[in-house]
Write a protein that binds this ligand. Sequence first.
Ligand code: PLP
Length: 452
Amino acid sequence: TASPVRNSTAALQAADARHHLHPFTDHAGLAAKGARVVTRAEGVRLWDSEGKSLLDGMSGLWCVNVGYGRADLAEVAKRQLLELPYYNTFFQTTHPPVVALSEKLASIAPAGMDLVTFAGSGSEANDSIAKLVRYFWNLQGKPRKKTIISRNYAYHGVTMQAASLSGLTAMHPQFDLPLPGVVHVEAPYWYAHGGDLSPDEFGLKAARAVERKILELGPETVGAFIGEPIQGAGGVIIPPATYWPEIMRICRQYDVLVIADEVICGFGRTGNWFGSQTFGIQPDFMTMAKGLTSGYIPMAGIMMGGRVAETFRSAGEEIVHGFTYSGHPVAAAVAVRNIEIMEEESLVAKAGGEIGAYFQDQLRGLADHRLVGEVRGVGMIAAIELVEHKPSRAFFDPKRNVGTQCRNHCFANGLVMRACRDVMVLAPPLSISKTEIDELVGLAAQCIELTA
Ligand code: PLP
């Protein structure tokens, strides 16, 4: 039988509430008010089932880097679906789109990163990383070197391992996590934890928390350090300039692998192809997803270089890992075209240049507002930290849900701006124009004024 025709928002909302358990959502609360039904998108704008538009300041979930409505990506997907909709990359087969993508990624990645394997999501990529770290050290004959150091406020995904790596504490108790083998140290979150230290002093202090943890556990037991170049869902935490170079020094000194989670920072967000290039990180592994296909189709990648790549290339045995959809041909074809669009339109250079600078400058204009403790950001990612008392950096009582209030004002007034606690975060498509940035910042200002 044909699906019922739904011609009213209320009917869609009722069926949704009855049959669909949403991620990261209080189901009862949502069922009571009904989900907003988003029906189409173009450029930087979404439209809902009532015909109202929203400027998407979040690129969906930090992923639609080239903006919505790219007919090119649809055409590439259609062509690939007709030519070879699926074949795997297991057991000694490959196909042209996955070869083209692997080569393309090696050409834009930081120097030396030239080997990639694929997954379906950022969580799967980070889950795979935890296995690959174990496998690497097993191949090196150092089977005790297994603990992974992560950080408070980290978000690495939701599978058992990725949620364990995550340092947002709300992610653990419902599921009896974290799993053993993961430890968390302080984040380079100067505004909240820097006290009287300058950002540079605090960056060194936060990095040295990693060194202390390595020494406490014993370097012979620590396999890797994982970090997002900028911590995204934790509240767009921009590390002080001293942080990553010191992390690199420490990890090299104690022979600890460095994993850069580029799921948000990758594909131009910080003004370079990868956040590692912006922050002086020379990772052993990078995970990526989201901007890889601009979210048009699910895909993730795990890149490796140097001795890690050489160790796996020369292992001389089957690597017993991989997903049915690793390197899916349609996703790979879309990813290649997505990267080409970024190149043709100089979207990465614009994020690191004129458009990124304009976005950051306009947002800095909000810093004088009585509720705004700090505006921070790099390229096309930014945060507006709302506080109760600016001089003392006193945060609001979390029970007041000030960030959520602000987010709801935005949502009602035509802007998607997300709240991570009381930190309002923005990551619009890299294709946004200056006029659209003006509109975004104007709406953000208006909604902060309506808050608290
Ligand atoms: N890593 C980071 C830095 C992320 O921001 C996310 C998702 O937001 C993930 C990993 C998980 O990716 P996914 O939701 O595709 O599993």
